[in-house]
Design a protein around this ligand. Structure first.
Ligand code: HGY
Ligand code: MN
Ligand code: MN
Length: 420
């Protein structure tokens, strides 16, 4: 038994094969074409995944809540119904070429905590609430972490409802269409603490041979949508000096983005993952290019420097080529420092369990980055093979999954305080 009687015994573990089985079951919903998942937010597949998750939570004795952004809450009662609950979760939506574990591990890791507590007949003082946040990925509807952002008061709900996808479908309408728009006011729920288990999505833990990442910080993110306007013209009969090639300008700007990120090595990163040219016809010089520049760093000043230099470079490139350029900030958040008390609970859980661990800064954004603004929050990471994520070949081992969930179990249950 651990020294503190409200903490779980050092020998307690979750059921790793049950967790792995649930992950594989969820992976059957919204399958990709190469072994991963395409379960994008507010698609029918997302609705199916939500229904499966809800059925599992209800089978585990939880009562379900649903708010106006489609955030799902599965509550396991505590001995003190007035005590603020400990929340634990992540997201079930995936990238179009997503893996089976990004987000899913954190939601089903939370479910595994409840299932294990039920098996052991353990009661906690604080209720425990498993959470699935809508649209963490920000692919179909920018920005990323949209619903946790509304929950944390960062984004206005009507603004979020008006976000449109590439086909012009509104977030609010699609949420209604799949039948997962709840009544609860978003953000009305108050949390004692929030924990999120997530795959690292980078190479550090595997390279260092560590099972657990104790996430002390999350790097900041900046998404700027750039629109370059030139002139459509024939790719064959238009002499080179007469061209106003928006595609070429975009290429030159993205070359500069890469150079600017490298200038802040080793931590800063920069690229564009969203790129569109118009009219996108083989024999028409692009008259317009629209792309989103994704800049990240653990330091806010570095992000601001990269933003300013990118926009100055883009303006110069477009002036020199006789093109127009416009910028729209479509997402972002400052670097995050997680709650010391919760981070310590994660670290001492890893120590108690004898799992190798190291401090780490999250390279990716997560719902925890926003929830950290309204509740004491911490994250736990497990390694992933070759650091690969946002790729259908994303892979982790069952051991990494269960050790991460063991640490999640100990941190959450210690924070929720065992009663009997
Ligand atoms: O963009 C991110 O970092 C997260 O995967 N949504
Ligand atoms: Mn994720
Ligand atoms: Mn992701």
């Amino acid at each position: 038994m651990s020294s503190d009687s409200t903490a779980p015994g050092d020998n307690l573990r979750i059921d790793g094969s049950r967790l792995w089985g649930s992950i594989m079951e969820m992976a059957k919903i919204g399958p990709g074409v190469a072994g991963g998942n395409n379960r994008q937010t507010l698609t029918d597949a997302d609705g199916e995944g939500r229904a499966l998750f809800q059925s599992w939570c209800e089978a585990a004795g939880c009562t379900m809540g649903l708010d106006q952004m489609g955030n799902m809450f599965a509550r396991r009662e505590g001995a003190d119904p007035d005590a603020l609950p400990v929340y634990v979760g992540s997201h079930l939506d995936t990238q179009p070429t997503g893996g089976k574990y990004d987000g899913v591990l954190g939601v089903l890791g939370g479910l595994e905590i409840v299932r294990t507590l039920n098996d052991l007949g353990i009661k906690t003082k604080h209720p425990i609430v498993i959470t699935n946040f809508s649209n963490e990925e920000g692919t179909r509807y920018a920005p990323a972490m949209l619903a946790s952002g509304v929950f944390a008061g960062i984004h206005d709900q009507d603004w979020a409802y008006d976000r449109v996808d590439a086909d012009g479908k509104r977030f609010g309408d699609e949420l209604e269409r799949i039948g997962w728009k709840g009544e609860e006011k978003v953000g009305a729920r108050k949390m004692h603490a929030f924990f999120e288990l997530h795959i690292e999505q980078g190479p550090i833990l595997e390279a260092e041979g560590k099972d657990i990442g104790v996430v002390t910080h999350g790097q900041g993110l900046s998404w700027t949508q750039v629109t370059v306007t030139g002139k459509e013209a024939h790719t064959g009969s238009t002499p080179m000096p007469m061209r106003r090639n928006a595609g070429l300008a975009m290429a030159r700007i993205l070359e500069k983005v890469d150079e600017i990120a490298w200038s802040h090595k080793p931590h800063a990163v920069g690229a564009a993952g969203h790129i569109e040219v118009f009219p996108n016809s083989r024999n028409v010089i692009p008259g317009k290019a629209v792309f989103t520049v994704d800049l990240r760093s653990p330091e806010l000043a570095v992000i601001q420097d990269m933003e300013a230099r990118t926009q100055a470079a883009a303006r110069k490139i477009c002036d020199d080529m006789g093109l127009e350029v416009a910028f729209e900030k479509v997402g972002g958040f400052d670097p995050v420092a997680f709650d010391e008390g919760c981070v310590t609970a994660v670290r001492s859980a890893a120590e108690r369990l004898g799992y190798s661990h190291m401090n780490i800064i999250s390279g990716a954004g997560h719902d925890a980055c926003w929830i950290n603004q309204v509740a004491p929050t911490a994250m736990i990471m497990c390694p992933c093979v070759d650091g690969l994520s946002h790729n259908e070949a994303e892979e982790i081992t069952p051991e990494w999954a269960s050790r991460g969930a063991d640490v999640l179990f100990h941190a959450v249950v210690e924070t929720a305080e065992i009663i009997e």
